[in-house]
Design a binder for this molecule. Structure first.
Ligand code: FES
Length: 114
């Protein structure tokens, strides 16, 4: 007897880039929001440090409802976001957020506010 897998492998995410363009992206579960954005040429996510929570070029504003479902940020992430002068209550580093089935349908506003 074989077992069919019910595991969700992809989710639908929306990125709003720094030019105001909306990107609807089907993302693979297990990767990070930063890698998905870079792989889909979302303007405003550079990921200069390669995902080490060290550069801040993957800053993303996250809606309150989405934020509540994410694992809490680590100390490095909090310090970096605070140092960028934006609210730690509404921003995350996209490189520190894994794509999970729970993120299906979520919207991310990338880049630093003007
Ligand atoms: S890629 Fe550098 S902080 Fe996220």
């Amino acid at each position: 007897m074989t077992h069919a897998s019910n595991a969700i492998s992809h989710v639908d995410l929306t990125y709003m880039d720094t030019s105001g363009k909306q990107h609807e992206i089907r993302a693979e579960v297990g990767t990070t929001l930063m890698l998905v954005a870079k792989g889909n040429l979302v303007h405003g996510i550079d990921g200069d440090c390669g995902g080490n929570a060290a550069c801040g070029t993957c800053l993303t504003r996250v809606d309150e409802s989405t934020l509540a479902g994410l694992p809490p940020p680590g100390e490095n992430e909090l310090e970096l976001i605070d140092g960028l002068g934006v609210s730690i209550a509404s921003h995350r580093l996209a490189c520190q957020i894994k794509v999970t089935p729970q993120l299906n349908g979520c919207i991310f506003h990338v880049g630093q506010p003007a």
